[in-house]
Design a protein around this ligand. Sequence first.
Ligand SMILES: [Zn+2]
Ligand SMILES: [Zn+2]
Length: 349
Amino acid sequence: MRVVELDGTGDPGVLVPGTRPTPRPGPGELLVRVGACGVCGHDALARRGALAACAGAVLGHEIAGRVVALGTDVPGGWLGKRVALVQRIPCGRCDDCTDGATTHCRSGPGFYGEDLDGGYAEYVRASPLNAVELPDEIDDATGAILSCAVGTGLRALRSAEVGPGQVVIVTGAGGGVGLHTVALARHLGARVVGVVGSPAKADAVRAAGADSVHPCADITAGAAISAHDLRDAVRALGSRRGAHVVIETTGAPTFSTALRALAPRGRLVLVGNTVPGPLPLDPGLTIVKELRVSGSAHADRDDLTEVVELVADGAITPVPARRRPLSEVADAHAELDARTVIGRSVVIP
Ligand SMILES: [Zn+2]
Ligand SMILES: [Zn+2]
């Protein structure tokens, strides 16, 4: 089968065409013909060598497609189904899995692009434990982005207990996760302040449901929006003492400012880490305001199931930013590096 693999780490030129034997589904596994694969900021970090992926890896963890073969011990009904996949295949047997914490499982086949070959390929291995059936009205390009670009935000918003009337700040609001988190927060009845890296992304974030949008002068240089401006934006939405929740999808460039915009007992949930490294947490502020700072990982199968239902019901409408053939995945990476993509792009093998 055709793949695009990493020939070392570095600029997008290290993404090169290659071939692999088509995988055979093991016991309990599905073989999925990839219909589309999202191109995520996580992939760009992996390509630069900041994550576990190494030379020869086939990246791509945002996958939808059709089940074309079954391993032993898989109910025959899976054959031919169109599915969206969660980015990790859990084992289904370890303590984390039996506790329902499958995102923490480290005993299964693992995370696409790191532990097993990912979706920059014609076929991937999958499992009933990470696959959710897609209805006909959701195409593969949309299905591909539902777990990472949409499910991540849903899981974070749930963990922050976001509800009607609350004010939610979403940083990196023009990114794949950010844009869909804005739409989901709005769907949950919250009012939303979006912080974007570039003014060019503001219209899309407003269209996704943000009540106000604030460019952060140069997110790569860490020049954040001022805390004063952000607090004013929250006040304008009627929350005098600050925001109830921050969903932090960028990390270092906006963390301190966003933390200071929280009301007493506010919750900041970290889901993105675009500039890996430690963050400066102000202990005085955190103690006096009784803030909660937590992390939220990728979606699990239950989250993805809920997202598929929300999209099928028309509650939210994710739209891939751009569709390219797999052979042009390096162009999609270059666009990510330049921070010009709004939302999430996909490649089609
Ligand atoms: Zn992703
Ligand atoms: Zn497990």
